[in-house]
Write a protein that binds this ligand. Sequence first.
Ligand code: HEM
Length: 139
Amino acid sequence: LDSDEMKLVKTSWEKVKHNEVDILYNIFKQNPDIQAKFTQFAGKDLETLKGTTSFATHATRIVSFLSDFILLMENNKNLPGIKVIVNQMGQNHKNRGVTKDQFNEFKNTFFEYMHASGDLQHAWNDAFDNLYYIVFSNL
Ligand code: HEM
């Protein structure tokens, strides 16, 4: 990502990163197959789940991961650091049977949530390319 793209990703992320529950709610709402992969959430009513502590805890894990990833990208493209955290996440998700299609569903729903279009979409697309290039090599 060049510095303009990095700025777009950072500023747009700052605006939504506190809506972690809302982000995960949208992901599950639009992709029930993703919710179904969670033993603690599978088959449960999403409207009820949304208000629970375990839902908030998981939402925070995902958002914190993305915040770390963005920080490492900004840190002079800290590739070794990125590889460590993303390979670990990729291995964990491989072990849970998460598919590339599901990761792409996540990305598409996230883009809708961000109302990403034009330059903003391009910047986030490059960020997810960096992320998924490493994740997919683990699946
Ligand atoms: C943990 C599923 C995508 C980040 C988990 C867990 C499951 C899961 C079942 C374990 C939860 C627990 O037992 O507490 C999925 C599915 C996805 C997906 C089905 C489909 C797209 C993502 C994405 C990110 C992410 C895109 C990051 C951007 C994490 C993190 C954890 C986690 C940080 C906790 C640490 C770990 O176990 O690796 N995920 N996930 N997940 N997920 Fe995902």
